[in-house]
Ligand binder design. Structure first.
Ligand SMILES: Nc1ncnc2c1ncn2[C@@H]1O[C@H](COP(=O)(O)OP(=O)(O)OP(=O)(O)O)[C@@H](O)[C@H]1O
Ligand SMILES: [Mg+2]
Length: 419
């Protein structure tokens, strides 16, 4: 491998009120390599790449160098101009703007030759088309971004980031969290092309099997500190987990060994207006039932219909053996069905609110005595789930947006469990 250094980071720290998110991190990034960052939820991965991409300022005392020049990004646009791009962990497109508008928003729209203050839409769509062609996306450029699935939006974010001609470093913060293995293959093929062009990638993922596949080097963070790094080819997954959690782990996903019981949920011949036709399934007590399929196969549509969020055309649902009518989510909740969406940013979290409000919001009548729920009680409930789900958070009164991505997801899970 070409060992020309592109970016060098020395002693970067970041302190948030009450939390030391990063503590003296140093690393070198070489031209054309894929550096994978791993660590448990809250380890500091996103904070670190947000500093690289100009979203956060690091604490005083550190130093960054990009292509032998001091690198102090003043903001995300400044970082882009200097060649550093980021694909965020949370989706960042503007939902009610079209695909073309979203793709060209940052870099600017082409202007008409005759009337310079008007956008040349023909040229704009041509540019947008060439961006999505890189990933073979077959989208209608005039469609609003909100009409795309979460995975569809993720693919759009990826295409946008990799189409930047001046890119030196592209950061991908969990780009594959919502996409299927086919799309992962497409992304990885593209990453190979980027490497050949000498572009360096910083890649964050919790999917341990893909880390060895795509990474050249793996760097482990724990509690905001540097634990160590390894050549990807040489790393052993158990060893990596040990570095991440700081102790010996025999099984990362231990089997509980219990037996599944009677059918709790049965779906018979469920059909929807589109995509889903005659689907039947059975989920037994104490069982995890996985639903597979490609993007667009109808998995989200199926579970939304079971939850009563979308109307089914025909079919029957049974709970504990008795037929039920789940015509809206409220009824489903009465039957103790909870739904966790894949798009936590848009549908799940109450931004600007405390963690405890986010936990108890759906369970007011259930959790409170006589219909009242005091803050004290809500905090207690939240603390209980903090222990159960190992949510990393400073306090129940912290704002939800100050938690790491994975911990935000755990808060939504706590909300469902508390119901
Ligand atoms: N804006 C913020 N204000 C306060 N604390 C923050 C803020 N952003 C992150 N933190 C805290 O910094 C720590 C590191 O968070 P970070 O988002 O970097 O974790 P992560 O490694 O990306 O985790 P995940 O895998 O869950 O995405 C966490 O304890 C988090 O609560
Ligand atoms: Mg993160």
């Amino acid at each position: 491998m070409d060992r020309e250094k592109v970016l060098s980071v020395e002693n970067i720290s970041k302190t948030f009120p009450g939390v030391k998110a990063l503590n003296n991190i140093s690393l070198d990034l070489y031209k054309g390599e894929v550096l994978v960052l791993v660590g448990e939820n809250g380890a500091g991965k996103s904070t670190f790449v947000k500093i690289l991409s100009g979203i956060y300022m690091a604490d005083e005392g550190g130093k960054m160098t990009l292509d032998k020049e001091a690198y102090i990004p003043k903001g995300i646009r400044d970082a882009n101009e200097k060649g550093i791009y980021i694909i965020h962990q949370e989706l960042n497109m503007i939902p009610d703007m079209t695909i073309t508008e979203n793709l060209l928003l940052a870099k600017g729209f082409p202007k008409r030759k005759d009337l310079k203050c008007f956008v040349d839409w023909k040229e704009a769509h041509r540019q947008a088309q060439s961006i999505i062609d890189q990933m073979d996306l077959k989208y209608d450029l005039h469609a609003k971004v909100e009409t795309l699935s979460v995975a569809g939006q993720q693919m759009l974010e990826i295409s946008k980031a990799i189409s930047q001609e001046n890119a030196k470093v592209i950061i991908m913060d969990e780009p594959t969290a919502s996409i299927t293995s086919q799309e992962v293959d497409k992304l990885f093929e593209y990453i190979q092309k980027l490497k050949e062009r000498g572009i360096s990638i910083i890649y964050i993922s919790h999917r341990l099997e893909e880390i060895k596949r795509i990474g050249d080097r793996i760097l482990v963070l724990r509690d905001g500190t540097y634990v160590g790094e390894k050549e990807a080819a040489a790393v052993d997954i158990d060893e990596m987990i040990r570095m991440m959690v700081g102790r010996n782990v025999t099984q990362y996903y231990p089997k509980s060994g219990h037996k599944a019981g009677e059918p709790a949920l049965e779906v018979e011949n469920l059909s929807l207006p589109r995509l889903v036709k005659n689907v039947s399934l059975q989920a037994r007590k104490g069982e995890v039932l996985g639903i597979g399929g490609l993007v667009g196969a109808g998995r989200t549509e199926l579970v939304r219909a079971i939850f009563g969020a979308d109307r089914m055309v025909s079919g029957r649902i049974l709970i504990n053996g008795s037929p039920v009518k789940l015509s809206n989510p409220k009824r489903s909740v009465k039957h103790k069905i909870a739904f966790l969406t894949e798009d936590r940013k848009r549908l799940g979290l109450l931004m600007g609110q405390s963690i405890w409000s986010n936990v108890v919001i759906s369970g007011f009548s259930k959790l409170g005595r006589f219909g009242f729920l005091t803050e004290g009680r809500a905090v207690k409930v939240t603390e209980y789930y903090k222990e159960k789900l190992k949510i990393r958070m400073p306090s129940s009164r912290t704002l939800i947006e100050n938690l790491s991505g994975g911990n935000q997801q755990k808060v939504i899970f706590a909300r469902r469990l508390s119901m």
